[in-house]
Design a protein around this ligand. Structure first.
Ligand SMILES: [Zn+2]
Ligand SMILES: [Zn+2]
Length: 116
């Protein structure tokens, strides 16, 4: 199972004339880390501009079997039909079990307030 996690990305633009990339981005897990980076960027004379935004990342692995225990990768008869559905939470992977008589359709991440 995987889940959406919220992270923060800060992007900084370095002043012209420095070696290396002019633009760099870093992702952090907590607001505290973000605040530290913003303070660092503000205090750094080589950084001409910085901005941050929230991003969503899928953490974890998609399920390997349907809720009834049929493996998704057990050969042609059980191969999952994978699809993708967009959702305000970031989207869901659709896994359809091909086991004869099962017909289960699962979503990963499985639980979502936005999913109907
Ligand atoms: Zn199944
Ligand atoms: Zn969703």
């Amino acid at each position: 199972m995987s889940e959406w996690v919220r992270r923060w990305e800060i992007e900084v633009r370095w002043r012209p004339g420095l070696p290396g990339d002019r633009l760099s981005a870093r992702r952090v897990d907590t607001v505290a880390e973000l605040r530290q980076l913003v303070a660092w960027a503000r205090a750094n004379p080589d950084i001409t501009r910085h901005q941050h935004r929230t991003v969503r990342e899928l953490a974890g692995d998609p399920p390997a079997a349907c809720p009834n225990g049929h493996p998704y990768d057990g050969g042609s008869a059980t191969r999952a039909a994978r699809g993708w559905t967009t959702c305000p939470c970031g989207g869901h992977l659709i896994l359809a079990c091909r086991w004869p008589g099962c017909g289960d359709v699962s979503h990963d991440p499985p639980k979502c307030a936005e999913l109907h």
